[in-house]
Design a protein around this ligand. Structure first.
Ligand SMILES: Cc1ncc(C[n+]2csc(CCOP(=O)(O)OP(=O)(O)O)c2C)c(N)n1
Ligand SMILES: [Mg+2]
Length: 904
């Protein structure tokens, strides 16, 4: 018995992929299998039938047969026509508004570059994605409302002109805004090149343009939304997270690197739309293969629900009419490079090279003109197909969904760039090209005006505008929109931190241990404890944070399905559905994405969370600096803690682990306050102030603090030190009085102890009184000094302002030496403002594994080298004989010919 020939309108083309029987035996087998299939489908339904087939294959494998594992399906739409949800919109209205948006998006870029060549901008990305966005805007993306935080949408950075163009049609932006695209410093302001909340804080929510970061963030955002719900910190209708991504962008490891997390945690609140226009910047994404098939396999393997939207409705008829299976064969054979070619060449080319391979296929398109063949739509340009895919995505449960939509890059640009390799960079259209664009999309602009590329917006009472607005009203309002409506929180008073101000009496502790103690106190605090989000990339034991496992639990949406091996211990590995810790595993990028989601929840969820992300300082800025840069753009608030800092303090781990430059890298991030505390009381003062500034006063800053693992007795806080700690420098221990010479040693982190020992040696052996200062932040000192200098430059006739640093040091006598466990350039940041200049010691060069003592001598940051540097600085000023320095070098046992750690 044969399967009945499918009805054209109910075609399920996959069934026609069955291999042709090669002999009579095979024919019989196939027939009987087909009848089993048909019977099973009818009586048991598709799911059971599929399981039946799977179990047969499993049996084959059980007998050692290499049965193929299916990771991708035929090169066809995933949703068969009969399962396609009907399109509920007014197709004509949506087509028209989309055309106007297309025009304005193009005009923004063309106008900006006509006025100022070199401003840049992109036309072809949005041109290919317009339908993907418009169907979403008209039917799916729900805006923030009274009791709903709104869907969270990651717009592809290069499609930004289209998003502005829509906001213009909606009346949210005016012509002058569009005219100032990429001219943010123009009078009245302008529109930022890409989504940047820092630059357009009422509009953009999520920065995306550094490729790969948007997709990664979207996964962790969806996961964080679940975390908040599980902990009872978010309620009401659940938001969906949508991410619009380029196919070229999937080459970024960040894009695909965390897919399994989304599947493992059943994030069905997450939908990705990958615009498979088959091109990136230089050329095809996979000219010799098929990006859609490759991605399908990857996502399927990672456990996602995959929906392919490859062919537009026109193809349904052709597929249904083809009884030979040859059409699918050709679809499978042609590589992406061919498909790109078909989009560039006229229909006659496709007729000859695609259909022309088989006479049966040529007959199939006999009734179509070349023009019609050229216009056979790809799935991503067909609103009906896109709608059906989105509808299926939101209805799907238990898995995240990815939609792989095939489009043409530069769609509608014709000769000006449709499908061309240069299209990504196209920024200018000549008059002929503008006319063609206008005709193709029926834009009501006259011949006289066309050369000026005016923007077009239908009047407010037009059917088009009314339709557009009604759709958005139905979905709760406009989007994207960033709203900050958050109650400040009451942060702990200074008394809360009192134990840190007293020092550690006789106990030797590190600043890391101090931090762990502080964090556990904070999590127990009645007012803010629940808001604390500890984030750890598999290093809790390294830092001593494992004590928190049991106490507050590790978040896991599945709870704990097994009995942990250490259940009998006090600090067992405790996973819980409402766990508070985000134990991310070995992913600094993922951890940072969680930090960003938590640190921006004041905006995205209207409620403050306080993330503390603690990690190996070496694997922070250096590894994932782009995410830290983005955190500032997104106005994230929270604490980054670079633990095991210090090139000599983390002694055994060697070259790859020993950090001496994270403070330098952190200096590059504008809203990041950077500290290098030496003592636990400093840590407490900084964190207390940070909480006040970020969560009580609502400042858009975040904090980076280094933590060290050197244990020593923590001193108590000197009277009145708070202000200096926060500003970056204060006198910790003055040198003895009545000595011949004067010096100042600036120390930070545990290296301050070398400064303190140097202070003793200098006093005992060289008659030098050295004051020891604790330098908590060179970055802040420098920025404050730069501010004062700039003001003085611009106000030459007025009384000059003094920076904090200058005021602090102006009355001090003697020489200044700085020593830290970082590169010399970290303290050198303040050198121009230090009276008489600054001599700096630091740990430039690759690290080595050895003891701290050996390393500190190697890098010349130990007390002996600090003494030598101080004496040399005094000698340079003529306060001391140079011979004394030579004598000191000998006496202190420093080899003047020792190796230099820096190589070039
Ligand atoms: C991390 C990073 N690297 C490089 C770029 C530069 N860049 C911008 S767009 C682009 C090509 C984008 O191709 P695709 O992702 O396919 O998007 P399409 O424009 O085709 O939709 C590149 C390389 C970037 N923005 N970010
Ligand atoms: Mg692309």
């Amino acid at each position: 018995m044969k399967l009945p020939k499918p009805e054209p309108k109910n075609s399920t083309p996959e069934l026609r992929v069955l291999p042709k029987p090669e002999n009579a035996d095979e024919s019989k087998w196939l027939e009987s299998l087909e009848s089993v299939l048909e019977f099973a489908l009818k009586s048991q339904g598709p799911e059971r039938t599929a399981r039946f087939v799977e179990s047969l294959t499993a049996r084959l494998r059980g007998q050692g047969v290499e049965a193929p594992r299916v990771v991708s399906t035929p090169y066809l739409n995933t949703i068969p026509v009969e399962k396609q949800a009907p399109f509920p919109g007014d197709w004509e209205m949506e087509r028209r508004t989309k055309s106007y948006i297309r025009w304005n998006a193009m005009a923004m870029v063309v106008n900006a570059n006509r006025a100022h060549s070199g401003l840049g901008g992109h036309i072809s990305t949005y041109a290919s994605a317009a339908t993907l966005y418009e169907v979403a805007f008209n039917h799916f993306l729900r805006a923030r409302a009274e009791a709903f935080v709104g869907d969270m949408v990651y717009f592809q950075g290069h499609a930004t002109p289209g998003i502005y163009a829509r906001a213009f049609l909606e009346g949210r932006l005016e012509e002058r805004h569009l005219q100032n695209f990429r001219q943010e410093l123009a009078e009245g302001g302008g529109l930022s090149s890409y989504p940047h909340p820092y630059l357009m804080p009422d509009f953009w929510q999520f920065p995306t343009v550094s490729m790969g970061l948007g997709p990664l963030l979207s996964i962790y955002q969806a996961r964080f939304n679940r975390y908040l719900r599980a902990r009872g910190l978010a309620k009401g209708e659940e938001a969906r997270v949508w991410a619009f991504i380029g196919d070229g962008e999937t080459d970024e490891p960040e894009t695909l690197g965390s897919l399994t997390l989304a599947a493992r945690e059943n994030l069905d609140n997450l939908i990705w739309v990958i615009n498979c226009n088959l091109q990136r910047l230089d050329g095809p994404v996979r000219g010799n293969g098929k990006i859609i098939q490759e991605l399908e396999a990857v996502f399927q393997g990672a456990g996602w629900n995959v929906i392919k939207v490859i062919w537009g409705s026109d193809w349904d008829k052709l597929l249904a009419a083809d009884q030979t299976g040859l059409l699918l064969k050709r679809m499978e054979e042609a590589v992406d490079g061919d498909y790109q070619k078909y989009s560039v060449e006229p229909g006659s080319y496709t007729r000859k090279h695609f259909f022309g391979k088989h006479p049966e296929l040529l007959r199939l398109v006999n009734h179509l003109t070349d023009e019609q063949i050229h216009k056979l739509l790809r799935g991503g340009h067909d609103s009906r197909k896109v709608y059906a895919a989105y509808q299926a995505a939101i209805a799907h449960t238990g898995q995240p969904t990815v939609i792989l939509a095939k489009t043409v890059k530069g769609y509608g640009l014709g000769e000006a760039g449709e499908g061309r390799n240069v299209t990504h960079q196209q920024k200018k259209l000549n008059e002929k090209e503008l006319r063609e664009f206008r005709e193709r999309f029926e834009i009501p602009i006259s011949d006289e005006e066309i050369a000026e590329t005016p923007f077009f917006r239908p009047p407010p009472n037009s059917r088009e505008t009314q339709y557009l607005l009604a759709r958005r009203k139905k979905l709760g309002g406009f989007l994207p929109r960033r709203v900050v409506e958050v109650e400040p929180i009451k942060v702990p008073e200074p008394e809360f931190f009192a134990e840190f101000f007293k020092g550690s009496s006789r106990f030797e502790v590190s600043t890391t241990m101090g931090f762990v103690r502080l964090l556990s106190l904070l999590t127990r605090n009645k007012t803010i404890g629940r808001r604390v989000v500890p984030i750890i990339p598999d290093e809790a034991r390294t830092f001593g944070l494992d004590a928190l496992f049991r106490e507050i639990g590790i978040y896991s949406p599945k709870g704990q399905l097994y009995e942990p091996v250490d259940i009998k211990s006090l600090l067992y590995y405790h996973e819980a559905k409402d766990g508070q810790i985000l134990e991310e595993g070995i992913t600094e990028a993922g951890s940072m994405a969680s930090f960003i989601a938590a640190g921006t929840s004041y905006a995205s969820h209207g409620s403050h969370l306080i993330p503390f992300y603690i990690y190996y300082s070496m694997f922070g800025f250096q590894r994932i600096g782009d995410l830290m840069w983005l955190a500032g753009d997104m106005k994230a608030r929270g604490f980054l803690l670079g633990a095991t800092a210090g090139r000599t303090t983390l002694n055994g781990e060697g070259l790859q682990h020993q950090d001496g430059h994270s403070l330098l890298l952190s200096s590059t991030i504008p809203p990041l306050l950077t500290y290098d505390p030496a003592f636990t009381y400093e840590l407490a003062v900084i964190i207390a102030e940070g909480m006040k500034r970020m969560y009580a006063q609502g400042e858009d800053v975040f904090y980076y603090l280094t933590l060290y693992n050197e244990n020593f007795v923590m001193p108590s806080m000197p009277e009145g030190a708070e202000d200096g700690i926060l500003r970056g420098l204060y006198k910790f221990k003055p040198g003895p009085e009545k000595q011949k010479l004067k010096a100042h040693i600036l120390g930070s982190g545990p290296i301050i102890r070398e400064a303190l020992r140097a202070q003793e040696i200098l006093a005992e052996k060289f008659d030098v009184s050295a004051d020891v200062w604790s330098a908590t932040s060179y970055k802040l000192l420098r920025n404050d000094a730069l501010r004062a200098k700039r003001w003085n430059m611009l106000h030459p006739a007025e009384q000059p302002k003094n920076s904090y640093l200058e005021s602090l040091l102006e009355k001090e006598q003697g020489v200044f030496v700085a020593v830290s466990d970082n590169m010399k350039i970290v303290p050198d940041q303040i050198a121009p403002w230090v009276p008489g200049g600054l001599t700096t010691l630091g740990t430039d060069g690759y690290g080595r594994s050895d003891t701290r003592e050996q390393l500190r001598r190697f890098f010349e940051v130990d007390s002996e080298c600090t003494v030598i540097a101080t004496l040399h600085a005094l000698a340079e000023k003529g306060k001391l004989e140079k011979g004394i320095v030579t004598k000191a070098i000998k006496e202190l046992g420093v080899d003047p010919e020792k190796a230099h750690p820096q190589t070039v």
